[in-house]
Design a protein around this ligand. Structure first.
Ligand SMILES: CC(C)(COP(=O)(O)OP(=O)(O)OC[C@H]1O[C@@H](n2cnc3c(N)ncnc32)[C@H](O)[C@@H]1OP(=O)(O)O)[C@@H](O)C(=O)NCCC(=O)NCCS
Length: 163
């Protein structure tokens, strides 16, 4: 896949979901069976990269969220107002089909999610992710995310750093 050519679009009915295989059954099943309902109920938005006749090469989901101020590292708390929680956007899922892994698509989807959230008119302090395991957490750390002190499988990327 030519990185310069692929486009990230909202998931649509004609996109081919049954053949997506990320290596994690829960991520594949979510795309097959659950995501449409979540979109209809407005509890998640789903964005995909399409390759060859509606085949999905990768996807991610985003939803509004919030994080208790005390969950953040003390040096980050000091720079924020004393509200009980800060607004965030949560990337609930990120997955690339096995046929496309290791080609930069995961990084490109992550960059797309960051820029989509950072340019929103609705303010959020950070993009947060729930990593499935340490391997996934290390992917996010490689891309600048920081783990929460109380749970290293929840990571965040403050948008103020991007400016
Ligand atoms: C994790 C996943 C999204 C990565 O996507 P990918 O397309 O295979 O990864 P990329 O080719 O975009 O990798 C981009 C960069 O991240 C690095 N990277 C990839 N996986 C990594 C890992 N587990 N730890 C550290 N770095 C990692 C690559 O070395 C590459 O680095 P570089 O740009 O400095 O050369 C993909 O492998 C996947 O879908 N896995 C199964 C589901 C999953 O684990 N989802 C994570 C969310 S819970």
């Amino acid at each position: 896949m030519n990185k310069a050519l692929f486009a990230v679009t909202p998931l649509m009915a004609e996109h081919d979901r049954p053949f997506f295989r990320s290596g994690y059954d829960s991520l594949d099943r979510y795309l097959r069976e659950q995501v449409s309902q979540d979109i209809r109920r407005r509890v998640a938005a789903c964005f995909v990269v399409i390759e060859n006749e509606n085949r999905i090469a990768g996807y991610y989901t985003l939803a509004s969220a919030s994080m208790p101020l005390i969950a953040l590292p003390p040096e980050k708390q000091k720079k924020l107002p004393r509200y009980p929680a800060v607004p965030t956007v949560r990337m609930g899922r990120l997955a690339v089909d096995q046929g496309f892994q290791g080609k930069g698509l995961g990084a490109a989807l992550l960059a797309n999610a960051i820029s989509r959230t950072a340019r929103s008119e609705i303010a959020s302090y950070a993009l947060t992710v729930d990593a499935k395991n340490e391997h996934a957490a290390s992917f996010y750390q490689h891309h600048g995310f920081m783990p929460l002190p109380s749970n290293p499988l929840i990571l965040f990327l403050p948008f103020a750093f991007l400016k």
